[in-house]
Every structure is written in structure tokens, then in C-alpha cells.
Design a protein around this ligand. Structure first.
Ligand SMILES: *Cc1c(COP(=O)(O)O)cnc(C)c1O
Length: 397
């Protein structure tokens, strides 16, 4: 069974996680991470979303509006609400899944405190447009959501550096991972100082028990994604048996995980340090597979391919099609698991229907029509080519 998402975790990470005698790993991970993303400071958090909550708080934005994309991970508006702010949604652009920056200005009000710029699926946000916005509205904070876009570049420039701060998600579904975990990066000494102070006030230190649970989780992920085991897990998932465990959000509630205020463990930081070394290789592989999909699938009439930009991390390769259901089930019969990655538009979810939304009529068509093709290290060039062969030969029309 070829899995649709897979973290590149193995023995090296398990051994690093077990190296309990190597203390101070969180600080080491922070300084390695800040070097990697080319910013002065990096501060570790238990989740990317915790980093966003902390940022909004230290920026003093409680009670203000925060603009974010209508099509993004639902944890982003949850974090905005948790920080005491009000999310305002802006629709996405047809071309690249990113927020339509031409609509952004119309979403600004006197209450706007910040805007979250997301390079979704690793496709870099247009930094020229972001800079133009900054010039027009210098008092509005700019936060880069880099959960899919560590080191993504727009015309050679890293997306994370343009704005006041960036945050990163590091769970097992991301390009690189520290099991769970997140980071905030910034060049501002003041923000850095405030974030450290807030962290010491807000976050509880990780207990020994949390470290052991994270270690157990790491081992179970490595085992579950073994090709043989994964086939079994997938059958269980399809039977509905795993719904209780794998369905990760409930439309009608805005909530954070129960441990979102408990610090990142050293176990996670040691895993993150191993992953930093692998990062370039992982991205090169993703870009190579994306290139293959682009070349091979160009002729398939019922599939719309994403734009391929040089600076993209190719975190996810997402196609659009009217035949998502047919394609997913056909591929599954042939041992290839596909699925929808973000299968919702946030302003149409019941917890956000009352929120203000600048609707361009674009992203509402995406739920049910997007499929992500595997680009992870467990998908070889041969696997990708076979997938293209299968996809080209499906009779849907
Ligand atoms: C994963 C993700 C985040 C943050 O995720 P956490 O699980 O809180 O670490 C933020 N934005 C996007 C677009 C994401 O995919």
C-alpha cells in the first residue's frame, strides 16, 4: 500500500529520542532552526498553533480582527479565537490556492490587527504584494504561516522573513517533524524577548510522562507506516473502526488540544534536530516527484494541475478534479491511497458561518474536488510513475 502522507521517520529518530542523557535539546533545536530559516530568533512551542496564539498575545492584539485565508488548516482560526481575536476570512486565488491578495485590502477595517499570509502546500506567497500591503498599512502586523513552507522562496527570497514573524508546524504530517511541536521565528529582539517571557508564564514544563508518551507515539508512527502494517491500518480505517481516533476535528467546536500549553519535550527536540539534517533531501525529493506529476499528467483532461513555482517546497502536490471520488476508489483498488487534504472551506463550517468573509466565489468549489498525490520519501520515482500511468488510464468521462 502506497500511503498518501508519510513522515520520513526511522531508526535515527528513535535513537535520538532515546538519548535521554543529552539535555538542553530544546535550546539546541531552537538555535539550529533559526540558522536554518535564516532569522535571528526561533522559539519552540508545543504546536504551531500555540506559537500563533503566543504571537497574537505578545503583539497586544486581543479584541482585534485577524485576517486569514478561507482555505487553510482549521487550527489557524481556532488559534485566532483562542488568543481573544476575531478571524476575518479572505477567499483564495484560483491559480495557486493561496489567499487572493488582490482582495486583502477590502478586508481591512479599523479593527484589523494582523494578517496571516500562508504559503499553502508550499507554494510561495507573492512577497511583492505582501510588501505593497505593508507600505499601505504599516500598523498591521504581518505573520507568515510557514507550516507548509519552510524555506519556500519567492523570487529567491524566503517567505518567512517578510513580515513581523513566522510560525511553523512540526507534527508528523509536515515536511519535517519533531513528532508534535511548532516554532516561531522572528528578527525582532523585542518580540523574541516577549515570547520568551510569555512562554515562561503561559507554558507548563513538560513532564517525564509527556516525554515517554511522545516517544511511544514516535515508535507507533514508525511502525504504523511500515508498508505491510499500513495496508492493515488502511483497511481498518475504511471500515470506520478508526473514526474515533483519526477524525481530527469537529466542525462545530473551536478547541485546542488539551496539552497545547505544555512545553515541547526534549524527546521531540532531539527528533527535530535529526530532521533538520534531512530537510534539504526531503524537499529535493518532493520537487522531483512534483516535476514527474507535472510532466506526466499534463495531458489528462479531467485533472487540473497546480502551478509549479521554482521556490515552492512542494509540501503537497494537490490536483483538482470533478472525479475525486472515482479516482480515489480506483487508485485504492490498485494499492495507492489518495485523499483530500483540506476538505473544507472554513467560513462554511458551522463554527465560522457568522464570521466576516470576503468571498471571491473560488474556494467554495474545492471541498470534494482536491486530491493530494504522494510526494513523501516513501514514494519512489517508480511509485510516482506507476501512479501517473494508472491515473492516465482511468475511464471517468
Ligand atoms: C499544520 C498547520 C498549522 C499548524 O499546525 P499545528 O498542528 O498546530 O502544529 C498551521 N497552518 C497550516 C496551514 C497547517 O497545515
Amino acid at each position: 500500500m502506497l500511503a498518501r502522507l508519510k513522515a520520513d521517520l526511522g531508526l535515527a529518530e528513535i535513537l535520538a529520542a532515546l538519548s535521554f542523557w543529552r539535555g538542553g535539546a530544546v535550546q539546541r533545536f531552537e538555535s539550529r532552526f533559526s540558522e536554518m530559516v535564516g532569522q535571528k530568533h526561533a522559539i519552540a512551542f508545543p504546536y504551531g498553533r500555540t506559537g500563533l496564539v503566543a504571537l497574537l498575545k505578545v503583539m497586544g492584539l486581543e479584541g482585534r480582527e485577524v485576517i486569514c485565508p478561507a482555505y487553510t488548516c482549521v487550527v489557524v482560526p481556532h488559534a485566532i479565537v483562542t488568543a481573544g481575536c476575531t478571524p476575518v476570512f479572505v477567499d483564495s486565488a484560483e491559480a495557486d490556492f493561496n489567499m487572493n491578495l488582490a482582495l486583502l485590502e477590502s478586508a481591512v477595517s479599523e479593527k484589523t490587527g494582523a494578517v496571516i499570509i500562508t504559503s499553502i502546500f508550499g507554494h510561495p506567497a507573492d512577497l511583492d504584494a505582501v510588501r505593497a500591503f505593508r507600505v499601505r498599512f504599516p500598523h498591521i502586523k504581518i505573520i507568515q504561516d510557514c507550516a507548509h513552507s519552510f524555506l519556500a522562496c519567492w523570487n529567491g527570497e524566503r517567505v518567512n522573513v517578510v513580515g513581523d514573524a513566522a510560525f511553523f508546524g512540526l507534527n508528523v504530517s509536515k515536511i519535517m517533524t519533531s513528532v508534535f511541536g511548532g516554532m516561531v521565528s522572528t528578527d525582532s529582539d523585542e518580540l523574541n524577548q516577549k515570547l520568551h517571557f510569555l512562554s515562561s508564564e503561559l507554558l507548563k514544563p513538560a513532564s517525564r510522562k509527556k516525554s515517554l508518551l511522545r516517544l511511544a507515539y514516535l515508535v507507533s508512527v514508525v511502525v504504523a507506516f511500515n508498508k505491510v502494517v499500513y495496508g492493515l491500518v488502511n483497511r481498518l480505517e475504511r471500515s470506520g473502526f478508526l473514526d474515533r481516533f483519526v477524525k481530527y476535528y469537529d466542525e462545530s467546536v473551536v478547541e485546542m488540544p488539551s496539552d497545547y500549553l505544555i512545553s515541547m519535550t526534549d524527546v521531540e527536540a532531539r527528533v527535530g534536530l535529526v530532521q533538520c539534517k534531512k530537510y534539504e533531501k526531503i524537499v529535493a525529493h518532493r520537487r522531483q516527484l512534483a516535476g514527474i506529476y507535472h510532466r506526466e499528467l499534463r495531458s489528462v483532461s479531467f485533472v487540473r494541475l497546480p502551478q509549479l513555482l521554482e521556490g515552492s517546497t512542494c509540501s503537497h502536490f494537490v490536483i483538482r478534479t470533478k472525479y475525486a471520488v472515482e479516482i480515489i476508489s480506483y487508485m485504492l483498488e490498485h494499492g495507492v491511497q489518495l485523499g483530500e487534504l483540506i476538505d473544507y472551506q472554513i467560513p462554511s463550517m458551522s463554527s465560522y458561518t457568522d464570521a466576516s468573509f470576503l468571498d471571491g466565489g473560488v474556494s467554495k468549489h474545492w471541498p470534494g474536488q482536491v486530491i493530494n498525490l504522494p510526494v513523501h520519501m516513501g514514494c519512489s520515482i517508480k511509485d510516482a510513475e506507476r501512479l501517473c500511468y494508472l491515473l492516465k488510464n482511468i475511464k471517468v468521462e
